[in-house]
Design a protein around this ligand. Structure first.
Ligand code: FES
Ligand code: FE
Length: 437
């Protein structure tokens, strides 16, 4: 693994932020340095709502899974009814991990070291031979905040009332009309693929937010997804072709009572303070392609059909899809019969997990209503290609020869995201200095 070649002090970080050249990729240190990653933890990862998983992973009281982010491990556990708790997986006795298996079912969470046990809400239930004077009520597992939106579990490492975090409700409320028709609350995970790469999370995220690379790197995606004409080809005539066909599709979709059009993600934040709390919801509902079902069948290796059981309140498959999400970790393509959900999670300065899950109707039967091989093929092939791209990019970005390069017109969202990121870091650092003084 490449190590950053010298350590950064606070003045170095200020200078790196201040000297960034807009419209160019970031300086090398942003993609490598552990000191920058630490700043990101303080000002971003620990304050932002991070997508953890789908609610169907923990259907029953006592079901749990572990969620790893930036060197931390969180126990996400189902409590009574719809309650979901999230706790740091750190025992309040002497710090051992409490839950060791990646997922499971517990009545209480019992630490394997000296057997302290915790209730699902994190409170300490039992600690053998502890002096009377010790106040057990002060020894709960350290809590995280949890919100569930349309079946998607988001956690925030900052405990309630312990620091400023973005307001979750106002982030996701605009998304609701775009996604509630699919009712992802009543879906199940049909398939999961996950890979870990020795890359910085921003290399992966920047790749997700542009389709400039799609023409060269994703031939299958470009064949099937008509919007590649706009987002990957990008010539005037290609954009016109897409828009014309999509407008005709919009009429059909609206006739069916389905959403169509765009809730443009707002990448335009007026000041550093709003950048500090920025997480961007976005949604666009558009056509996949003409005869997308036949197209899939003809291109998938085994020729099988796409999932058939309609999600939520859809009455017919209009061959549309909603491209939506909430930065920086939750990205979906939701059709009338299934949804992919991509999660990008920073694990370390040069360690990022990309996990994709396929959601189908909770009553759908494998082999009858959906075929995993067929369903996974396009996104799986595309993400495998992306994995190679981001690893090759990280290798080059880590080189002594790397210098920031200019962005093209088809990747305009990347410098916008970077501008928000840099202003958020600058604001957070200034805020901390003010508090110290
Ligand atoms: Fe957990 Fe001792 S460290 S019970
Ligand atoms: Fe890609």
């Amino acid at each position: 693994m490449t190590q950053f070649r010298h350590s950064l002090d606070s003045a170095d970080i200020d200078a790196l932020i201040a000297n960034h050249q807009p419209g160019y990729s970031l300086e090398q240190a942003f993609y490598i340095a552990p000191e920058i990653f630490e700043e990101e933890f303080t000002h971003l990862f620990s304050r932002q709502w991070q997508f953890a998983d789908h609610i169907s992973r923990i259907p029953k009281q006592g079901d749990y899974f572990l969620f790893a982010i930036a060197g931390e491990e969180i126990i996400v556990v189902r409590g009574e009814g719809d309650t979901v708790y999230a706790h740091f997986n750190v025992c309040r006795h002497r710090g051992s991990r409490v839950c060791l298996a990646a997922e499971g079912h517990v009545k209480r969470m019992t630490c394997p070291y000296h057997a302290w046990s915790y209730r699902l809400d994190g409170s300490l239930a039992h600690a053998r031979e502890l002096p009377e004077s010790v106040d057990k009520s002060k020894l709960s597992l350290q809590p995280c905040q949890v919100r569930v939106f349309e079946g998607l579990i988001f956690i925030n490492l900052t405990a309630e009332g312990k620091g400023r975090v973005p307001d979750f409700a106002s982030l996701v409320e605009p998304l609701r009309p775009w996604v509630e028709q699919a009712d992802l609350r009543h879906t199940k995970i049909a398939h999961v693929e996950s890979y870990r790469s020795q890359v910085n999370w921003k290399v992966a995220l920047e790749n997700y937010f542009e389709c400039y690379h799609c023409l060269a790197s994703h031939p299958e995606w470009c064949k099937i997804q008509l919007h590649a004409l706009r987002d990957a080809v990008g010539t005037e005539s290609a954009i016109e072709t897409f828009e014309k066909k999509n407008e005709q599709w919009e009429v059909r979709a609206r006739e069916l009572g389905h959403m169509a059009g765009e809730m443009a993600g707002n990448f335009d934040f007026p000041d550093p303070e709003s950048c500090y709390d920025a997480q961007i919801p976005y949604a666009e509902r558009m056509m996949v392609n003409d005869n997308s079902g036949d197209l899939y069948s003809s291109l998938t290796p085994n020729g099988a059909d796409m999932p058939s059981k309609l999600l939520g309140s859809y009455k017919a498959d209009d061959e549309g899809q909603t491209d939506w999400g909430l930065t920086p970790s939750c990205f979906l393509y939701t059709t009338c019969t299934y949804s992919t959900v991509l999660r990008i999670t920073p694990l370390g300065p040069l360690d990022t997990e990309q996990k994709v899950m396929w959601l189908v109707h909770e009553d759908a039967k494998e082999g009858i209503d959906y075929d995993i091989e067929s369903m996974r093929w396009l996104v799986s092939a595309t993400l495998t290609q992306d994995r190679q791209i981001v690893e090759d990019t990280q290798a080059g970005v880590s080189s002594r020869a790397y210098v920031p390069g200019p962005y093209g017109e088809l990747e305009s969202q990347v410098p916008q995201l970077q501008s928000i990121y840099l202003r958020a870091l600058a604001y957070g650092r200034a805020l901390r200095n003010d508090l110290k003084n």
